[in-house]
Each structure stands twice: as C-alpha cells, then as structure tokens.
Design a protein around this ligand. Structure first.
Ligand code: T4K
Length: 404
C-alpha cells in the first residue's frame, strides 16, 4: 500500500498495479458451461438467425424483467436505432447530452434531430422540467437514459409524454437488473433498450435487446432486425441486420447463471469504495439506493476542485500512471462532439448542469477482476494525491513539460 508521496509512480515509485486495471473489464461466468454451449452450437450447425440459444435467452430475459417481449440484437446501438424506428419517431427527439454518444447517434443516423436537455445535478439524469421547455411542434418523443443504472424520473417523463402525446423510450444500456420503485427497468415507456456489451456487468461479448409490452411494436422490431422478412421470400417492411448470433446468446445464458455473483462483487466493491472515500474531502462517490435492485457497475466520483485543489483531469493522469485506467465518462457531453457541436454551437448555454458535471466526473474500475485489496489501494492513491495536491500539481506540470 502506498503511504507517502514518493511512492506515487509520478514521483518515481512503481505503479500501484503491475497490470492495467480497466473500467469495463469484462465479467466472465463459468467458462466450462460456455464451452459446452459452444460445442453444442458447432454440433448443431446453427450459428445465427433466431437459433435455439437466442430463443432461450430471450425467454429468460423477458421472464426476469417481467415483460411480454424481449428481442435480442447484435448490440445496444442497433437496438436503439430499431426501437426508435419501430416507435415511428421523426423530427426532433429530446435526449440528455450526459450520455454515451450512441444515444444521440441512434437518432441522427435516421435524420432525427436530438435536442439536448439538461440534467439534475443530484441524479445526473435528464430533468423532466427542462424537457418540457424544449418541446416544439416537431417533437415526437423523449429518450430517457438510466445513467449509471440509476433509473431516471420515469413518472415525471411519463406524465409529460402523456400530456404532450409524445412517445417515450428508455435507453437502459446501463440498467439491466435494476429496479425503479421496486419494478424492473425494462417495462417502462413504449420500449426500453439494454446493452450487453463486453463492458457491461452482464455481457454477451457484443449484444443488446429491445424489451416491451407492446405487441405491435415488438412485431415491428422483430421484422426490422431481420431485413423485414416475414417468412421465406417475403419482405413486408424496411429492415436491417440486427440479429444476435448463437455464440453471443450462449455467453448471455452463461452470464445469466453468474449474474448474482457479479452483482455481489460489485456491491462489495461499492461499499469498499464508500468506506475508502468517506474521509477524503472534495471527493464524492455517487450513491445508489440500496432499497432498489441495482447492478453497481459504475463507480462514479465527483471531484470538487475547490476543495481538493486538484482537478479531475490531473487526478485521472495520476491514476493512469498508477495503471488505474480511470475514465472520464461522458466528457465532453454529446453536444460538444461532432456533428452536434457544429449543428448547435450554442447548445451549452442551455446545459449548464451538464457542462459543470462533465468536468467533474470520473469512473473507477470495478467488477469481478477487482477485489477489496485493489479498491483499498485505489482509494489510498487518491487520498495521497488529494492530501498532497499542491506538490502533485507541480510534479504534473514538470511531467507535462517533459513529455511535450
Ligand atoms: N447507450 C448508453 C448509455 C451506453 O453507455 C452505450 C454503450 C450504448 C447506448 C450503446 O450500446 P452498445 O452499442 O455499445 O452495446 C464503452 C462501450 O463500448 C460501450 O458499450 C459503452 N456504452 C460505453 C460506456 O463504454 P468505450 O468507447 O469507452 O470503449 P473502450 O474500448 O474504451 O472500452 C472501455 C473500457 O473497457 C476500456 O478501459 C477497456 C475495457 N475493456 C473493453 C473491452 C471491449 C476490456 O477490458 N475488455 C474488453 O473486451 O465504450
């Protein structure tokens, strides 16, 4: 454990971790079950196109979430694109800017304009009152994002969408196996979309799903993910290729079997981080409501530079030197990335809370590969940096001059 400043890699000490410790390091279940399923796939010669493992995974996810339909996809982004198209969104759709770029791109890809909305700084989620201010005659829908797996204000958004006759979809990429008021995320709005990417706590290598209770929407989504085919030789709709393959589904079934273990590990890590940061001034760990189900996949810190005297970006630089590969999700905000920053150069004026938050937030490693000792070491590095902020800043300045 590092105890003095000279132990920091920046000042010539060795890195806290020999191997890089990543945010998003994949959780892998029992590989013997995965291998059994892989052999079975090869034996059956059925590799994709609604195979038996995909069907089993869809049944299991629908039952877990408590919805009528789960339609798996090749990834979360295509799942979002298809959900948006199946819900017949057009014109303008209101979304938070504090999200992964895929939320905005899934709209723009279909020439629908994402209108960026500000967030509640306490929850980091889209703020319903601000949504209402952005509605125009061209608005057809709202996409709420359950950022970090903490559900957004579903009731507030549902009420606005009802009153203005707008469609409501949720980007639930982070929120598989999470609840809102005791009910599983996945059953709200017209449809919700999960990502099962390698970096998610539950993964299918790449993958995603649209879940919904709407029969018509579900059948459109099913058609669209398979080129619009309705039986052999009969295309009745415009579609694309959004299908999940059998290997991904086998990984999904294997991940499902270990899911509770993944959550337990994440929860333990979250509690260890809570303890580790409880006495570091200016470092705030995002909290989860332990009354709700949650996957605890994101360990999110806010750095208050006025208290710590070191800013988020410099802290990330020090962590990376220690092989702690912290990430600045979702800096700089979708509105400050192309093509949106060219389309709406002044969008930031309406997004003061987002602009503030994207400069303060960082994510730390968690998951199966991270244990209590690693969490203690990470907290200790951050404590050393904050306690010695002035000297660390000078060292960083020298370091930056050297490498430039
Ligand atoms: N909506 C939201 C709110 C989302 O957050 C996302 C995806 C989507 C929609 C779209 O869903 P997908 O189409 O992706 O299913 C990563 C993920 O690629 C992305 O899925 C995720 N959100 C986003 C938050 O994180 P990057 O650009 O940060 O990926 P990358 O390559 O830098 O990897 C992240 C970290 O994970 C690295 O530190 C390394 C580690 N890693 C990654 C992979 C792939 C591993 O250790 N092993 C691995 O196999 O986007």
């Amino acid at each position: 454990m590092k105890n003095k400043l000279e132990d920091l890699a920046l000042l010539g000490g060795s890195p806290a971790f020999q191997e890089k410790l990543h945010v998003g390091y994949p959780n892998i279940g029992d590989r013997s079950y995965l291998m059994e399923r892989m052999n079975d796939i090869l034996d059956k010669n059925w590799l994709s196109n609604n195979g038996p493992y995909v069907q089993e995974l869809e049944r299991k996810i629908a039952a877990l979430v408590g919805v009528k339909h789960c339609i798996t996809m090749c990834n979360g982004t295509v799942a979002l694109e298809i959900a948006i198209r199946a819900a017949e969104l057009t014109g303008e759709v209101i979304v938070p800017s504090m999200t992964f770029i895929a939320t905005a791109h899934a709209l723009q890809w279909q020439e629908i304009t994402p209108i960026f909305c500000d967030i509640d700084p306490k929850t980091h989620n889209i703020k319903p009152e601000k949504v209402e201010e952005l509605i125009t005659p061209r608005t057809t829908g709202i996409i709420g994002v359950h950022l970090w797996g903490r559900p957004c204000d579903v009731e507030g958004l549902s009420e606005i969408s009802r009153r203005h006759n707008l469609k409501l979809i949720f980007d639930a990429a982070h929120a598989f196996h999470c609840t809102y008021n005791g009910r599983m995320v996945g059953s709200f709005g017209s449809a919700e979309v999960f990502s099962f990417h390698a970096t998610k706590f539950f993964n299918t290598f790449e993958g995603g799903a649209v879940v919904t209770n709407d029969d018509d929407l579900a059948s459109r989504v099913r058609l669209m993910k398979n080129f619009g085919f309705s039986g052999y030789d009969n295309v009745i709709y415009i579609g694309t290729n959004g299908k999940m393959n059998e290997v991904s589904a086998a990984m999904g079934l294997t991940s499902l079997e270990s899911m509770e273990k993944f959550v337990d590990r994440n929860l333990q890590n979250y509690r260890d981080y809570q303890r580790g940061f409880s006495d570091i001034p200016g470092i705030y760990l995002l909290s989860y409501n332990e009354q709700e189900k949650c996957n605890y996949q994101y360990i999110v810190l806010e750095v208050d530079e006025e208290v710590t005297h070191i800013n988020r970006d410099d802290l990330v630089k020090v962590l990376i030197k220690e092989n702690i590969m912290a990430r600045r999700y979702f800096y700089p905000g979708c509105h400050r990335m192309e093509p949106y920053r060219s389309y709406f150069p002044n969008a930031g004026l309406l997004l003061p809370e987002t602009e503030k938050l994207v400069g303060r937030v960082l994510c730390l490693p968690t998951g199966n590969a991270v244990g209590s000792d690693a969490v203690r070491e990470i907290c200790q590095v951050i404590r050393l940096v904050v306690v010695n902020a002035r000297r660390v800043r000078e060292e960083l300045k020298r370091y930056k001059e050297k490498i430039n």
